[in-house]
Design a protein around this ligand. Structure first.
Ligand code: MCA
Ligand code: AMP
Length: 486
């Protein structure tokens, strides 16, 4: 499985991965990953606590080498989220420091020094049909779902980006993004390993660390770029880069322009999803336009379905039979509709959720992104927003309002709750909880509710704002109308 992504036989003493102050040559990485793989005792998925460290990189590459699915676990996840991810993925072992909710045999991290008993062969027989990665991502309701990505999809997705961005072994990649998502892990770690371009992970994506790191390609979510332009000396240090790449959420046009003014670079914007990897991007050798996410990358096709204007809050649903022609909006850059994509980098399905998997695809084989978009005559795409208010993007993290609501409803002082994303200058959207309390809310209730979510789910999913309201606005059918809150 690993060989489909990167060649473990490729020699090399040069540093290929640096995380914080710790470095690894290609030879050391492959050696440690092999020893990690040899320490796996069961063929099931390996859960990796995805702290931004060298052992995380070793464990991910080791799992891929063994051919078992790798399940990255957010390091800030609470016991409830960890328990869900481990049970849902049927992970059979745990790599990383102990955590509440992770009651599995621990695979010892492969250290720098080989042990006398170390074998170079993986101890388990890989399941050829198994996914390479299972990434947990939020939906509009319920617990996060496991997105199954094969090595072939990952390789196709990465190669398409290399083509669009001219990404080669001559590049050094800099970023400090989390290692449990597509952006930081697949693009940000597997990408450089596949292309032989050194990676310097800065542990946190701060302007000062980006400025201090010496690279040619920099990755960031819009929050990171917003913080960079708020620190002009740090921004100016990036003048030496070849490409500044933004994704995971909309980059405000003001940040785009400021970045250009401070660094001389027009940022590359690209669009993707956990389920699809990156499907749209500006090109290194092409136009870069503020507010637009570019062209389909190699192998990708898009269509923008005209949607009936029914004012629905829901994700688009199957409204057209396979045989009926799909009405698309005109490619005039203004008309908007539901973005659907197809291409070789798409996921295989949601683990154990055939219902959700089937719903994600049209009957004629296109993936429904759930995003509303427009396209112009040159094929450039603009993302207008999500069809549903129940998926929030905060700091580039995808957060489902349903999972937060269900945690808050467990609190005895909460009668009703509606969670949504409110516009936020730093995070794009901030998670806000509108709570109908039972009786008069106590002084500490807002902090208590915030802490409850941070502890049960993840720190990054906690509401940044809790507002107490007498009632929630509802339509005639009794459905909460979130668009009227805020
Ligand atoms: C952090 N802090 C904590 C904890 N975690 N405190 C207590 N308990 C915790 N568990 C503290 C930090 O130390 C810091 O404190 C403060 O909280 C804020 O931390 P900061 O890192 O600045 O976080 P933030 O402001 O909340 O977040 C901004 C961010 C973050 C760093 C940009 O949102 C981020 O990493 N986003 C990336 C998301 C991403 O990669 N998405 C990709 C999805 P102090 O300030 O005192 O030090 S994949 C995807 O979307 C697709 C495919 C695509 O298109 O890419
Ligand atoms: P995730 O699964 O966490 O990768 O989140 C995917 C969602 O992030 C997409 O469905 C979009 O709503 C949003 N997204 C990703 N990249 C962009 C971008 N460049 N511009 C606007 N939205 C984006």
């Amino acid at each position: 499985m690993l060989t489909a992504l990167l060649d473990p036989e490729a020699p090399g003493d040069a540093v290929v991965v640096r995380v914080g102050e710790e470095t690894l040559s290609r030879r050391e990485l492959v050696d440690r990953a092999r020893r990690f793989a040899a320490g796996l005792s069961a063929p099931g998925p390996v859960a990796v606590l995805a702290e931004p460290t060298v052992p995380t990189v070793v464990a991910v590459v080791g799992g891929l080498l063994a051919g078992v699915p790798v399940v990255p676990v957010p390091p800030d996840a609470g016991p409830r989220e960890i328990a869900h991810v481990l049970a849902d993925s049927r992970a059979t072992c745990w790599a990383g420091p102990p955590r509440d909710g992770a009651d599995l045999p621990v695979v010892e991290p492969a250290g720098a020094e080989p042990t006398a008993t170390a074998s170079t062969a993986p101890a388990v027989s890989p399941d050829a049909g198994a996914p390479a990665l299972i990434l947990y991502t939020s939906g509009t309701t319920g617990d996060p779902k496991g997105v199954e990505l094969s090595a072939a999809s990952i390789a196709a997705g990465l190669d398409a980006l290399a083509e669009a961005w001219g990404w080669t072994s001559a590049d050094t990649l800099i970023h400090g993004l989390p290692l449990f998502h597509t952006h930081g892990l697949i693009l940000g770690v597997l990408g450089p390993l596949r292309f032989g371009s050194p990676l310097h992970h800065t542990v946190r994506p701060t302007p000062a660390r980006y400025a201090a790191a010496r690279g040619t390609v920099y990755f960031g979510v819009p929050t990171v770029w917003g913080r960079v332009v708020a620190d002009p000396p740090a921004a100016r240090a990036l003048t030496r880069a070849r490409l500044l790449v933004s994704g995971s959420a909309p980059l405000p046009a003001s940040v785009f322009r400021r970045l250009h003014a401070l660094t001389g670079h027009l940022p590359i914007e690209r669009y993707g999803m956990t389920e699809s990897m990156i499907t749209l991007s500006a090109r290194a050798d092409g136009e870069r336009r503020p507010g637009w996410v570019g062209l389909p990358v190699a192998g990708v096709e898009t269509r923008i379905r005209a949607e009936p204007e029914d004012g629905s809050d829901d994700e688009p649903e199957a409204r057209t039979a396979a045989s009926a022609p799909v009405a698309q909006v005109p490619a005039d850059g203004e008309s908007i509709g539901a973005l659907e994509v197809r291409g070789p980098m798409l996921f295989d399905g949601y683990l154990g959720r055939p219902d959700a998997t089937a719903e994600a695809w049209t009957e004629d084989g296109w993936f429904r992104t759930g995003d509303i978009a427009a396209r112009d005559a040159d094929g450039f795409h603009r993302i207008v927003g999500r069809a549903s208010t129940d998926l929030i993007k905060s700091g580039g993290y995808r957060i489902g309002s349903g999972e937060i609501e269900s945690v808050l409803l467990d609190h005895p002082d909460v009668a009703e709750v509606a969670v949504l994303g409110l516009p936020d200058a730093d995070l794009g959207q901030r998670v806000a909880a509108f709570v109908v309390p039972v009786g008069v809310p106590g002084d500490g209730l807002a902090d208590e509710l915030t802490g409850l979510v941070a502890e049960a789910l993840s720190w990054h999913k906690r509401p940044r704002e809790v507002r107490f309201v007498a009632e929630l606005p509802r339509n005639a059918m009794g459905k909460v109308q979130k668009k009227r809150l805020g």
